[in-house]
Design a protein around this ligand. Structure first.
Ligand code: UT7
Length: 331
């Protein structure tokens, strides 16, 4: 069995900055409420003339390739995590593959929402372990802002979710460093606690003007239920990873949690008894970018010198499905 490691990370976020003050103009909300309840100060929303999920992914990928000192033609597989693909089908993986000029190699889309990047990383890890592939491009990219109810009615979700992309180049490890374990979980009993109902193939009309104008076309979230499950599952899945590797929380050099809500991250930090500087948060600047949040955070943490060779890095996520997951690695 081979071992895999992340050789480089990159990210891209749309240029348009939307502050809490901007949201005050379009719905009944306040900067104070948003900062206090979520920690978010601003987020990015895509430019319909410029940004697609696939091309944001491509921009993040190019940065990751440069940092991994890897030629694009070394990539032998693509795993693309998104719940907001450019088309109903095919997935965004093939669109990004076309943009990178990699026609012919396999491209897989993963639809596991906020846990999507860790599910994608775990998938890449399995392919590298078996020797089937040597260099896999793993992407998390989302455009959430086009499916948010930006009226007062939708304010509890629309102030949170936002757009962006992150990428990782996952390669066969040559020096013993790399991914120690991944743990993936799901519980479909809670599928409708956080979802977008339409368009859906099981209804008579996949899409109609009535659906587009109605409430089911936008993201729907029971925030309180999601919050309560998230704080339990985050710690649980991190501890599962530590236990399997005979490690303890104090061995972690940096925890990169999915950026769901700063209160969730702070809660997990306290539960795990980690010092503040061992948990990386950037939700203040980008909101919750679903599958993109972990690779964007990882890329920024790397840029800030908070991830160094030999560090024990833990990632954890919780989101729609419900799904939750962790990944533990030596950088
Ligand atoms: O990515 C993974 C999945 N997502 C998450 O992990 C999100 C988890 N949930 C949360 O982060 C929080 O539940 C929210 C931030 C979504 C909501 O915060 P909360 O503290 O749970 O607020 P709430 O929904 O209980 O609402 C409290 C009050 C309500 O008013 P009343 O009924 O008490 O008068 C809401 O109408 O806050 C009101 N409210 C707002 N007020 C101003 C809800 N959204 C807003 C808003 N601005 N944007």
């Amino acid at each position: 069995m081979y071992k895999s490691k992340i050789a480089g990370v990159g990210h891209y976020v749309p240029e348009k900055v939307v502050t809490n003050k901007d949201l005050e103009e379009i719905m009944d909300t306040t900067n104070e409420w948003i900062v206090e309840r979520t920690g978010i100060e601003q987020r990015r929303w895509f430019d319909p003339d410029k940004d697609t999920v696939a091309n944001m992914g491509t921009r993040a990928a190019r940065q990751a390739l440069e940092r991994a000192q890897t030629d694009v033609n070394e990539i032998d597989f693509i795993v693309f995590a998104t719940i907001t693909p450019d088309y109903f089908f095919p997935g965004s993986g093939v669109l990004m593959q076309r943009e990178l000029g990699l026609q012919g190699i396999g491209a897989l889309d993963i639809r596991n929402a906020c846990s999507g990047f860790i599910y994608a990383l775990s998938t890449a890890d399995q392919f590298i372990k078996t020797g089937m592939y040597k260099c896999i491009l793993v992407i998390g990219a989302e455009i959430q802002s086009s499916a948010l109810d930006k009226s007062t009615e939708g304010r509890s979700s629309s102030v949170i979710f936002a757009d962006g992309a992150g990428a990782a180049i996952v390669k066969r490890s040559e020096n013993g460093a790399g991914i120690l374990s991944t743990h993936l979980h799901a519980d479909g009993d809670f599928a409708e606690e956080l979802y977008v109902k339409d368009p859906g193939s099981s209804r008579k009309t996949r899409l109609s003007q009535e659906l587009i104008d109605g409430p089911t076309f936008n993201l729907t979230m029971n925030g309180n239920t999601v919050f309560k499950h998230a704080v339990v599952r985050f710690s649980e899945v991190i501890n599962e990873a530590l236990k399997q590797n005979n490690l303890s929380a104090e061995d972690i050099d940096l925890l990169i949690p999915h950026q769901a809500n700063l209160r969730i991250s702070n809660f997990v930090q306290k539960q795990m008894k980690l010092p503040e500087d061992k948990v990386f948060n950037n939700i203040m600047h980008y909101g919750n970018t679903t599958a993109a949040s972990i690779p964007i955070a990882m890329s920024e943490a790397w840029e800030a010198g908070k991830i160094k060779d030999g560090d024990l890095i833990c990632m954890a996520a919780f989101g729609s499905g419900f799904t939750w997951a962790s990944a533990l690695m030596v950088w």
